[in-house]
Design a protein around this ligand. Structure first.
Ligand SMILES: Nc1ncnc2c1ncn2[C@@H]1O[C@H](COP(=O)(O)OP(=O)(O)O)[C@@H](O)[C@H]1O
Ligand SMILES: [Mg+2]
Length: 226
């Protein structure tokens, strides 16, 4: 297998009322091409900080994050922004859809930023809506969607521009367990089809079992990898 993402000795501390908290304590991890990884661990174990460092939303204090040969934290702010826009996709706990835009416009947004041509955007979105089982909902507004539907749209938005990597931070946390399982199954299936690496944080045991690789964290450290 080919390693596409390398985390090398990542550390990150935060100042808090209790002093310095080691959110990430010397994390090293390799992630393979086309694989699915689930990161689990109790609240406060460092999952979000790790995902944010992998996705360039936060900067580690020491160590490197290398994605497809690019040391992302060594890039200029502008270059990192362009890198994220073209190669990464994000899904969060709450769908973070733009409320005043329709389903179509929400998914179109990152494609427009990437300079994709109008007709291509239309075709791509119709294919995406079909794949997530929401065809015909182009003009629906986010508030008209159920929680599960909104997360499927958020996922379609994250993957529409065919990124190398999708990072999802507890995407099922606000869904019931069956809806959550179905969302992650869909995400993993479509991710595999597109050769996109998927890294998901969750504390749902059933969801952990869907992944190729399972990483367990505690106190900023990886305590188990299988
Ligand atoms: N911006 C921040 N400021 C201060 N402390 C933080 C910040 N972000 C995270 N932490 C601390 O870092 C640790 C790891 O947090 P986090 O990565 O959010 O864990 P998880 O996602 O597993 O719940 C926790 O102790 C948390 O309180
Ligand atoms: Mg978190």
């Amino acid at each position: 297998m080919i390693t596409v993402i390398q985390l090398e000795n990542i550390t990150k501390r935060f100042k808090s009322g209790r002093g310095l908290v080691k959110a990430l304590d010397n994390i090293s991890l390799n992630i393979e091409e086309g694989s699915t990884t689930v990161i689990s661990g109790k609240s406060g174990s460092g999952k979000t900080t790790l995902l944010n460092c992998i996705g360039g939303l936060d900067k580690p204090e020491t160590g490197r994050v290398v994605i497809a040969g690019v040391d992302i934290h060594a890039l200029s702010e502008r270059a990192l922004c362009l890198f994220k826009r073209s190669h990464l996709g994000f899904v969060f706990q709450h769908s973070n859809l733009l409320n005043y835009l329709s389903v179509f416009q929400n998914i179109a947004f990152p494609l427009e930023l990437n300079g994709v041509e109008k007709n291509q955007i239309k075709n791509r979105i119709h294919t995406m809506l079909d794949m997530i089982g929401l065809s015909g909902l182009d003009n629906a507004m986010p508030h008209e969607l159920s929680g599960g539907e909104a997360q499927r749209v958020a996922f379609a938005r994250a993957i529409a521009h065919s990124p190398k990597l999708i990072i999802a931070d507890e995407p099922t946390a606000s869904l019931d367990s069956e809806t959550g399982m179905n969302l992650v199954k869909l995400m993993f299936n479509l991710g595999k089809k597109q050769g996109c690496i998927m890294v998901i944080a969750t504390h749902d045991k059933e969801i952990m079992n869907l992944a190729d690789f399972k990483v367990q964290m505690r106190d900023g450290k990886i305590i188990k990898e299988e």
